[in-house]
Design a binder for this molecule. Structure first.
Ligand SMILES: [Fe+2]
Length: 274
């Protein structure tokens, strides 16, 4: 189950849980409310206007998800799958949204506003996982069991992903920039331990000439030299490096029909097995 797959495939209730209850009720707030702040801090006056208008429409979509749950609450045949579907939907969406949005905001903007982990905690953990899902408690809905692992990802997964993304850029069709010394200071202040894990690696890459193709050094070499293989999670398709990460990724490899499949977490593995 990759990000957005569950929006359009599955039964009607499962799609509504994926798109409206999780995608829209849980993740449009940290995406859209935050993007207006990041954009205006970086000199873009158009995006905040457009996206605040879009978010008012998202409220309507959230209500559809709420009503879907209410409408099946008394149907035992449907409601017995509700919490498993919700957990799968939450993990599927968070596996992509949590690292990618955090990476785009923090590493894609020169002027920083609120750290992603704070935005995430307010909207995903407290507002959605606590208040929104809490109000559905009377219909038998529980906060997803994977929320705890997602909380760890909210702190570190976008830093893990940027390390891999930066290492890959010379092989792709995009160019990324290393954090400046001022940015590195901001990361360390907001994510204590950032420098020891990521900052010192960027310093090494910079010293070896990664910003100049003539140096002949590709950051990807660093992963190979240090025996840190990069895998792609079979379910979410998000790349991960299990031996060099601080997020919730751990390696598991399953063999099926003579082929090996790698997974980064128990939640994706469970979905693949079922
Ligand atoms: Fe929507």
């Amino acid at each position: 189950r990759v990000f957005s797959d569950g929006f359009i495939s599955g039964d009607a209730v499962e799609c509504s849980i994926n798109l409206q209850l999780v995608g829209e009720a849980c993740f449009t707030n940290p995406l859209i409310v935050a993007v207006t702040e990041w954009a205006s801090a970086n000199g873009d006056e158009m995006t905040p206007t457009v996206f605040l208008s879009i978010e008012t429409d998202e409220l309507r979509h959230m209500a559809n998800g709420y009503q879907t749950v209410v409408s099946i609450a008394n149907d035992e045949a449907a409601s017995k799958y509700l919490n498993t579907d919700l957990n799968n939907a939450f993990w599927t969406q968070q596996k992509y949204f949590t690292p990618v949005l955090g990476m785009m905001f923090e590493y894609g903007s020169h002027f920083k506003v609120e750290p992603w982990v704070k935005t995430w905690n307010r909207w995903v953990y407290e507002d959605w996982g606590g208040i929104w899902i809490g109000r559905l408690g009377k219909y038998g809905v529980e906060s997803p069991r994977s929320l705890r692992d997602a909380k760890k990802d909210a702190y570190w997964a976008h830093h893990d992903l940027f390390l891999i993304a930066y290492a890959l850029w010379p092989t792709g069709f995009f160019r990324l920039s290393l954090p400046t010394p001022e940015e590195a200071e901001w990361y360390e202040a907001n994510y204590p331990g950032w420098y020891d894990m990521y900052g010192k690696v960027y310093d090494e890459w910079r010293a070896r000439g990664c910003e100049d193709p003539n140096s002949g050094f590709l950051p990807l070499q660093w992963f190979i030299e240090n025996n840190h293989p990069i895998y792609i999670d079979r379910v979410s398709q998000v790349p991960f490096c299990p031996s060099y990460c601080k997020g919730e990724s751990t390696l598991r490899v399953l063999e099926y029909n003579g082929k090996k499949h790698s997974f980064s977490d128990q939640w994706g593995e469970r979905m693949w097995l079922s």
